[in-house]
Design a protein around this ligand. Structure first.
Ligand code: ATP
Ligand code: MG
Length: 564
């Protein structure tokens, strides 16, 4: 159930409440919902909400509804609806798909019912049509410390309100000219209770409801009633809705809704370091071209992580590990990176690639010869088997694995030094070949034929082991090295978040790999030894032209920087 690393059942205050409600017999069944507004792609914060809502349904043999909270036609779009359905399914596949409701719900499909409820409120003198203009609202609403001012329309008779509301619906008024407001309490210290607007006029076509409506219900009126219509037991949302809860309760208590009615519970938002998490800001990154799209592998969107090569389970494990509290803190994004590292360490096949090649000639290796060596696919997985890796006179190693004048603690290749080539032989550097400018063009080494497989029969030890590819067999391929999109831990803390975009968040290079790279297909993930985890890019990889994304490095390179 809990697919996090430990097998302990998850415990938090929301789950405690669900348990006590069930013990008290308050609900026959647990029904939760995940209610995104289709005005952007889902991000990591949504993943946390998905894990919580689907997780609780799963643990209690309940159901979780995917419901679009689509009451604002201006910012919403079908593209977002489709991406959200696809991302939710991807994230819960194989884990909680059994509790996903068969139907996808849309709040906009309740517009008729909601209209009926609004009419009921008007008849009961609990709502009125108001003529105040948007620019007057703030003045009338006032500040929490002092009572607000009542609208001159507050005492309108229900009969007149009914006619006006019908005329609003018929399209007789311009946007902003009239609203429908709940009649609650203009003296409440909670501004949300000061006669909140529950319907407004928008002469806009709706992506799902079409042209039928020109009045649209507000979030606070829609959400609680949608929960009630769907028979939700626990309506779980983030802390900013805590102040809306009295209104949630007021609407349900003021209308003849079926019982048991839903209750709202709030937890704190996920706020990871080195990221922005608001859809408005993510949209800005997309629209201004700072990234290639919502699914750019640097974006903190589910689509971005998926394309980058993260697994759904690594995201779920991260979300579940972070836990559910009311504490407003930040979460180290390194935890997510560790989650995918831990998983891929166990599952990813090892391959060799060289990102920054330096040519090595083995002077004593016969010119026309080549051979095939055996390499284990995954030392963490006994059954993963072995593969064949070609070896020849010309090799590539990483430029960083050679130093002409090395410091004491450098244990890799240097003139006169011996190292192990992983799975192959010991080699010793004999000379360095340079161009006219003094740049190193290639190095010359000798190999010890006795050390085939990587061990010396005379027990001679070497301190360094480096990876390599055979130059004559190597495959050229494109690698996209992604790094964090922002350089500041909290991009929103000071000034404009765009000011701390990391200029090095993407490096595109041509690298060399062992030939078996050609068999790695989209959806597979490999470890390039000593470098990190990589996967073919789903969009840009084509037959004969591999393009690999770096999912994550082997270590957290930022942790070192922070300690310096
Ligand atoms: P944003 O502020 O990023 O635009 P939102 O809250 O407007 O997000 P919705 O589509 O309304 O996004 O959210 C759907 C659900 O996901 C809500 O229940 C919301 O509380 C939850 N959610 C959104 N962001 C986070 C987050 N950072 N952490 C946890 N849950 C979140
Ligand atoms: Mg929202």
């Amino acid at each position: 159930m809990n697919d996090a690393l430990s097998n302990e059942p998850l415990r938090d205050f929301v789950r405690d409440r669900v348990d006590s409600d069930l013990k008290a017999g308050k609900y026959p069944k647990v029904v939760t919902r995940f209610p995104p507004e289709p005005n952007g792609y889902l991000h990591l914060g949504h993943a946390k909400s998905i894990c919580l809502n689907f997780g609780i349904a799963l643990e209690n043999k309940g159901v979780c509804n995917l419901r679009f909270d689509d009451t604002n036609p201006v910012k919403e779009d079908k593209e977002y609806v489709n991406s959200i359905i696809s991302d939710v399914n991807w994230l819960i596949e194989g884990w909680a798909d059994s509790v996903l409701s068969e139907k996808t719900y849309f709040a906009s499909e309740y517009f008729d019912q909601l209209y009926g409820y609004a009419v009921q409120l008007i008849k009961d003198d609990k709502a009125y049509v108001c003529d105040l203009q948007p620019e007057e609202w703030e003045d009338y609403r006032g500040v929490p410390e002092e009572p607000g001012k009542e609208s001159p329309c507050r005492s309108r008779a229900p009969e007149e309100n009914l006619v006006l509301f019908e005329r609003m619906r018929a399209g007789e008024f311009a946007e902003g000219q009239k609203t429908l407001r709940a009649k609650i309490d203009m003296t409440s210290p909670n501004l949300h209770m000061r006669d909140p607007v529950i319907y407004r006029i928008r002469h806009e076509e709706h992506h799902h409801a079409g042209n039928k409506w020109c009045i649209y219900p507000m979030y606070d009126f829609t959400h609680c009633l949608s929960d009630s219509i769907e028979g939700i037991s626990h309506s779980i949302c983030t802390l900013e809705f805590e102040v809306h809860r009295p209104l949630y309760d007021w609407v349900l208590d003021s209308l003849p809704v079926p019982h048991p009615r839903p209750y709202q519970h709030e937890f704190s938002r996920l706020n990871p370091t080195y990221m922005v998490m608001s859809k408005r800001k993510l949209l800005q990154l997309v629209e201004e071209g700072h990234v290639s799209g919502w699914d750019d592998p640097r974006m903190p969107t589910i689509a971005g992580y998926r394309r980058r090569g993260f697994t759904a389970s690594s995201i779920r494990n991260f979300c579940q590990g972070v836990g559910v509290t009311k504490y407003k803190g930040v979460t180290d994004v390194g935890l997510l990176e560790n989650s995918i590292r831990d998983e891929l360490n166990k599952t990813a096949a090892r391959r060799c690639a060289v990102l920054d090649p330096l040519e090595v000639i083995l002077d004593n290796y016969p010119e026309a010869q080549s051979e095939v060596l055996e390499a284990v696919n995954n030392p963490e997985e006994e059954n993963a088997g072995v593969r064949e890796v070609p070896f020849s006179k010309r090799l590539y190693i990483e430029r960083a694995d050679f130093m002409e004048d090395p410091p004491k603690k450098f244990f890799r290749l240097a003139p006169g030094r011996e190292v192990r080539l992983r799975y192959a032989y010991y080699i010793t550097c004999q000379s360095v070949e340079k161009d006219k400018e003094g740049n190193i063009v290639r190095i010359h080494c000798t190999y010890d034929p006795e050390t085939r497989g990587g061990d010396s029969p005379d027990g001679r030890k070497v301190k360094g082991t480096i990876h390599w590819v055979s130059a004559d067999h190597a495959v050229d391929f494109e690698v996209r090295l992604y790094d964090r999109l922002f350089t500041r831990e909290n991009p929103e803390s000071e000034g404009d978040f765009l000011d701390c975009i990391n200029p090095d968040s993407l490096k595109v290079i041509t690298a060399k790999a062992e030939p078996s790279i050609k068999e790695v297909t989209v959806g597979q993930r490999v470890q390039f030894e000593r470098l990190g985890y990589f996967t073919p890019d789903v969009v840009d990889t084509s037959v004969g032209k591999p393009v690999f994304n770096r999912i994550v490095g082997l270590r957290d390179s930022w942790a070192k920087i922070a300690k310096k």
